[in-house]
Write a protein that binds this ligand. Structure first.
Ligand code: SF4
Length: 407
């Protein structure tokens, strides 16, 4: 799609080797400790330096089956690269994310496959086809379980397919990761909404993993929010990534202060909006978006108004302005709302006696097991909305919890 040039283009083969050779291969490496999935970073970088790209990819995948997406969407500045000892030496940190991408791109270009364990006779259902379920399914397949993933959307991949900004990661790349799991024997049932058009009979399975993510964006609760020209950020991003972009004018107001709001604002700029303003009800320091995402949005020409709380969206049959009290009126023709998502798990929890707290599934941190011992959970529906790599770590942990419980 034009206008969506990549933020961090891939290394050339030579540049990757040069960068890999800068690594000090630290003992007890802080980069590995800072990764929620604990990828053995010095090991895979050393394999790249030795031109063993397949070995590097297998090192990455052994800890993180979504190594491709994480190489693109991880906030590396605050994780592995932020922890790199090079900072202490006043040198540029090793570009771990781009090196990981080098190994993973090679793996997919060469038709790589995942190792599989001998069949154990155990069957597990995963509800939701996002990163947490994919990671859980991969770990279970590695240990010989039969896995079926149910998802209400037509395409698998969850937010990696529908919700990550195009300039970071495309649906085609997300599909590669889904196909890797399908090739490893995971069964996908898309268009299957548990509790909707499909009833899950949990007697058919030895255990169930819940990885349904979050629900729709919360309403703003102001007059005019249902007017034509008002979109929620998740729908806006999903539409331009997987289908046809939603209609958008040249003056856009984005309401919210998180990373999804930033993604939507940058996408609006790249889709051609001349004037994009983000408004946030608190201060710059209170924004939940990462600092580098905020700087990136500024660099892309997004403007910011802080301590501005919308009181109404006005217009005559279509959006004309966002009003923030009596003193601020922002003329616009499109409004994108991104103020956090409501939780999606209520129905599944109620039907299976699973405890929730503030709308999130209560799960043991070490195993992901819920108050119904046959049900495990992980990802955004447990943690309230974190990074892809956190969902992968929690999905993998739950798979280990399931395997321990089954034996
Ligand atoms: Fe290499 Fe930096 Fe990790 Fe040390 S901390 S192993 S230098 S990437």
């Amino acid at each position: 799609m034009s206008g969506f040039a990549e933020l961090h283009p891939p290394f050339t083969p030579q540049a990757a080797v040069v960068e890999a050779n800068r690594c000090l291969y630290c003992y007890d490496a802080p980069c590995t400790g800072a990764c929620p999935t604990h990828i053995d970073v010095p090991r895979f970088i050393k394999q790249i330096a030795g031109a063993n790209l397949n070995g590097a990819a297998q090192t990455i995948l052994a800890s993180n089956v979504l190594g491709l997406s994480c190489s693109r969407v991880c906030p590396v500045d605050v994780l592995c690269e932020g922890a790199c000892v090079m900072h202490n030496l006043n040198k540029k940190p090793i570009e771990i994310g781009r090196l990981q991408r080098r190994a993973m791109d090679h793996f997919y270009e060469s038709g790589g496959r995942l190792p599989q364990g001998a069949p154990s006779g155990k069957k597990v259902a995963c509800i939701g086809a996002g990163p947490a379920s994919l990671a859980c399914a991969a770990e279970l397949r590695r240990n010989g379980c039969a896995v079926t993933i149910f998802d209400k959307k037509p395409l698998a991949g969850g937010l990696n397919t529908y919700g990550v900004a195009q300039y970071k990661f495309t649906p085609e790349d997300s599909r590669k990761e889904v196909e890797l799991l399908r090739a490893a024997g995971v069964e996908f049932r898309n268009g299957a909404e548990i509790g909707g058009n499909v009833n899950l009979n949990d007697r058919d399975f030895d255990a169930v993993f819940i990885g349904v993510g979050l629900g729709p964006t919360q309403p703003l609760g102001v007059p005019g929010e249902n007017m034509p020209g008002v979109h929620n950020a998740i729908d806006f991003i999903a539409a331009y990534k997987t289908a046809t972009p939603l209609p958008m004018g040249s003056r856009v107001v984005v309401i919210g202060g998180g990373n999804t709001a930033i993604d939507a604002a940058v996408a609006a700029r790249r889709l051609g909006a001349a004037d994009v303003t983000m408004i946030y009800r608190r201060t710059e320091a209170d924004m939940s978006a990462f600092a580098f995402e905020y700087q990136h949005a500024r660099h892309e020409g997004v403007q910011f108004r802080f301590q501005a709380r919308p009181s109404a969206i006005t217009g005559n049959g279509k959006v004309e302005a966002v009003e923030c009290g009596a003193d601020l009126r922002l003329p616009c023709d499109t409004v994108i709302v991104s103020i956090g998502q409501s939780k999606a798990v209520e129905a599944i929890a109620a039907a299976n006696g699973i405890a929730l707290e503030k709308g999130r599934v209560v799960a043991k941190p070490e195993t992901g097991q819920t108050s119904n011992p046959k049900y495990f959970a992980g990802g955004d529906c447990v943690n309230g909305g974190r990074e892809v790599v956190d969902a992968v770590a929690e999905g993998k942990r739950a798979a280990k919890g399931i395997l321990a419980w089954l034996t």
